[in-house]
Design a protein around this ligand. Structure first.
Ligand code: GTP
Ligand code: IMP
Ligand code: MG
Length: 343
């Protein structure tokens, strides 16, 4: 039997929008973690969670929102837009379980304005959420911090301390990454990248967790690849072909149409390496294999879908533990007990 791991980091394996929100909300409902903690850049991320026919959109709070037992924290490395955060706290009535690190840097209107014109908008195709300019001010040491913002005072604390304490007490913690490996400022397709590293090590650093406290890294891949904004997308399909295959998606934050390509084994291998992934979650299997829709056991999947999964495991040499077969939280095949990975 595998040993229970202290904490799990979840990261995107391609260019973001792999469906991390869905996977995290499933794990939050199934495993009942004490806390989920957001790392990553900031409100440039957009997660969609679907439960019992209702759709929930999140940009700042962790995707465990549906489990009311789970604390929702935001690590110091994450940029906070107070308006977006306060709005989500209100919408989800989540105030009593939110803790944001006092050292989170703040996105101000000037950052958003700078992000919505000129080089960043036209050349890079950013999300326009102000994250790049805010991180730039943070590096220049002129950014405001969460502890300076009056409207956040009820939610501010020492996330690094609280998370380390929970882990030391043996609690189950999910560390939530955003964006995707190839949007990393260091390891992605520079300059068409986001404003920080977003691989598993960076997510830990955002939160204040040392490398020895995390042994489980779950990498999320979609059954095909999508990308929004500019930058190289190997194997990119035409818009016509994207529509024909049913792979057309519209971005949560910006409303832009996502470009698409078939699942890329070479990129996936590199992503596994960069993140030291120990498990894989695969989403949108139903979009590529419609007969997989809503299935909850591996045996019930169509033959070609099973083969696709086996090809991924054989090629990447990492167990594919979670398979998503629809947008609903429980449209999920959980193979962890068969693969002898502890839930
Ligand atoms: P980022 O942090 O922005 O990278 O977001 P994300 O990885 O959470 O993904 P996002 O929510 O932006 O996009 C995924 C979309 O696919 C959402 O609309 C989900 O509801 C949907 N989705 C997730 N898993 C599945 C699945 O297995 N099948 C289908 N049909 N839809 C899914
Ligand atoms: P920025 O992070 O807003 O500066 O945008 C830089 C690049 O990263 C652009 O190509 C964006 O489309 C992309 N990007 C940033 N965050 C996300 C995300 O959550 N999902 C998908 N693409 C993203
Ligand atoms: Mg998204």
């Amino acid at each position: 039997m595998a040993i229970k791991m202290p904490a799990m980091v979840i990261v995107g394996g391609f260019f973001g929008d792999e469906g991390k929100g869905k996977i995290i909300s499933y794990l939050a409902m199934k495993d009942n973690p004490s806390a989920t903690v957001r790392g990553g850049v900031g409100p440039n991320a957009g997660h969609t969670v679907v439960y019992e026919g209702k759709s929930y959109k999140l940009r700042m709070l962790p995707s465990a929102i549906l489990n009311k037992q789970t604390k929702l924290m935001i690590g110091a490395g994450v940029l906070v837009n107070p308006n977006v955060l306060l709005d989500e706290i209100k919408t989800f009535n989540a105030g009593s379980r939110v803790l944001i690190d006092s050292q989170c840097a703040i996105i101000e209107n000037t950052h958003i304005e700078r992000d919505r014109g000129g080089y960043l908008k036209e050349r890079i195709g950013t999300t326009g959420s102000g994250t790049g300019p805010a991180n730039s001010d943070r590096v220049l040491r002129i950014a405001k911090m969460a502890k300076d913002i009056d409207s956040l005072k009820d939610y501010v604390g020492d996330v690094a301390f609280e998370v380390n304490k929970l882990i030391d007490d043996g609690a189950l913690i999910i560390l939530e990454g955003t964006q995707g490996t190839f949007l990393s400022l260091y390891h992605g397709t520079y300059p068409y990248v986001t404003s920080k590293d977003v691989t598993a090590s960076a997510i830990c650093s955002d939160i204040g967790i040392g490398p020895k406290k995390v042994e489980d890294v779950l990498i999320v891949f979609k059954s095909y690849v999508t990308r929004v904004g500019e930058g190289f997308l190997p194997g990119e399909l035409s818009e016509e072909e994207t529509i024909k295959r049913g792979w057309r998606e519209v971005a949560t934050v910006t409303g832009r149409v996502r470009r698409s390509a078939p699942f890329n084994f070479e990129l996936a291998k590199r992503a596994v390496m960069l993140n030291s992934a120990t498990q894989i979650a695969l989403t949108k299997l139903d979009v590529v294999f419609p007969d997989a829709r809503g299935k909850t056991s591996f045996e019930a999947l169509p033959k070609d879908a099973k083969k696709f999964i086996e090809d991924i495991e054989n090629s990447l040499k990492v167990p594919l533990s979670i398979i998503s077969t629809g947008p609903e939280v429980f449209d999920t095949i959980d193979r962890r007990s068969q693969l002898r990975i502890m839930a």
